[in-house]
Design a protein around this ligand. Structure first.
Ligand SMILES: Nc1nc2c(ncn2[C@@H]2O[C@H](COP(=O)(O)OP(=O)(O)O)[C@@H](O)[C@H]2O)c(=O)[nH]1
Ligand SMILES: Nc1ncnc2c1ncn2[C@@H]1O[C@H](COP(=O)(O)OP(=O)(O)O)[C@@H](O)[C@H]1O
Length: 384
């Protein structure tokens, strides 16, 4: 079989005194992933700039791979490097080290230092998350609760973090992760949040983990966030459906807020002031895909269900991992074309001693740090 396209980069796994490392070059820089022998789980990334002949220790963002004894590495573009960890199930083994993606560029600006970020590769695309916004008291929580009750295996709720105090019936970790301002601000600065906003005097935010843990379970993620949050998600790498829920009238909104009985008069006044600003933004071009009026609850719920099933998202049809065993595997990168990487199994067990080749199709990647890189397609090439 002939190998097409670029040659695979020859990286080396060097047994240095106290670390193993893989080195690879992109442009004028050499990136070195270094692991300590004492603590395999800890990775460090060092960057050597050939022009200035200096070594940099970048800030490493994102969930880090469970580093194993060795890995196979190849740059897939100027923006990211594919890392295949060996000795773990294949679906745990695919990672991207982002070195110059839009997220990394943005974080580099914010932090005024060199930044790289890990992003886990996920087979298939999953279904787009659903962002639901609307003024306080319009009925977002009521609609979402109905959806979750009727379709518990289809939808999962993104549990936000907030600095506001829990209401009487709210459970920590279920309705919100109730947290301290200092803690959430630290996590935000470490890049752990997809978005955050100051709403009604408190900080609210969606952690990357809140969304990804739902998607990893194979469920469609529902986010209940304010308009500022929706705007941030719109600008992020997360592709979602954006729905704004409107009240039939301002008077009815006020009535519902008061009838709920969870806020003081001062808090109600603040929420009503913010409601007007949120309603004003709901028609902004390019922000929300759908507006739903919540007049009669059942009618609104039926319309919401219609919207979600009318959405032309495809179910994740890639059932490769249902066919393949999920046992530990060690794959090496053997070649790369513009959109495809060939992987060769180093462990022949279970495959009748044959060399097993897999094609990893990178042509429709989506997302990426600070979440997961989705859209990987994988299939057997042949065994010989
Ligand atoms: N940006 C953002 N807004 C959130 C988040 N979680 C909740 N919110 C919004 O914060 C606002 C206040 O929520 P909450 O205190 O539960 O009050 P409620 O809307 O009156 O039930 C609502 O508009 C929510 O949509 C989040 O993670 N990010
Ligand atoms: N269509 C509706 N008609 C009348 N009351 C409603 C309707 N939808 C929700 N409510 C009530 O309005 C109040 C606010 O709803 P909630 O779901 O808490 O709003 P949000 O999450 O948008 O702040 C609740 O007491 C809820 O039972």
């Amino acid at each position: 079989m002939s190998l097409q396209g670029e040659e695979a980069v020859h990286f080396s796994v060097v047994d240095a005194k106290d670390c193993k490392q893989s080195a690879f070059e992109v442009g004028d820089k050499t990136y070195v992933i270094c692991r300590s022998d004492d603590d395999l789980k800890t990775s460090a990334v060092k960057i050597h700039d050939k022009l200035t002949q200096t070594w940099l220790s970048p800030t490493i963002l994102g969930e880090q791979p469970l580093l194993t004894k060795s890995q196979s590495v190849i740059p897939v573009s100027d923006e990211k490097i594919l890392v295949i960890e060996k000795g773990v199930p294949l679906n745990e083994s695919i990672w991207f080290l982002e070195i110059d993606t839009p997220f990394v560029k943005q974080q580099r600006k914010i932090k005024e230092t060199e930044v790289v970020s890990w992003s886990k590769g996920v087979i298939g695309v999953g279904q787009k998350p659903v962002v639901i916004s609307g003024p306080s008291g319009v009925g977002k929580g009521t609609l979402i609760a109905k959806l979750m009750k009727d379709y518990p295996s289809k939808f999962g709720f993104s549990v936000s973090h907030t600095t506001r105090s829990p209401r009487e019936k709210e459970i920590d970790g279920v309705h919100y992760h109730f947290t301290e301002r200092i803690k959430i601000e630290k996590d935000i600065s470490e890049g752990k949040f997809l978005e955050f906003a100051h709403v009604h005097g408190n900080v609210y935010g969606t952690s990357i983990e809140a969304v990804e843990s739902v998607t990893d379970e194979g469920k469609r993620c529902i986010l209940d966030i304010d308009v500022q949050g929706a705007r941030s998600v719109r600008a992020s790498s997360l592709e979602a459906i954006f729905i704004f829920v409107c009240p039939p009238s301002f008077e009815e909104l006020e009535k519902r807020l008061r009838a709920r009985g969870t806020e003081t008069e001062e808090q109600i006044q603040k929420r009503l002031r913010n409601a007007q600003a949120e309603l004003d933004q709901s028609n902004e071009p390019g922000l929300f895909h759908h507006l739903l009026v919540n007049d009669d609850l059942e009618t609104c719920y039926e319309n919401l269900k219609k919207l979600l099933s009318l959405d032309d998202d495809q179910e994740d049809s890639d059932d490769f991992f249902n066919k393949e065993d999920k046992e530990t595997a060690s794959y090496s990168i053997v070649s790369k074309t513009d959109s495809e990487i060939l992987l060769q199994s180093e462990t022949n067990e279970g495959k009748n001693g044959a060399i097993h080749l897999l094609a990893l199709d990178l042509s429709s990647l989506s997302g990426g740090a600070p979440g997961r890189t989705r859209g990987l397609k994988i299939g057997s090439v042949n065994s010989f």
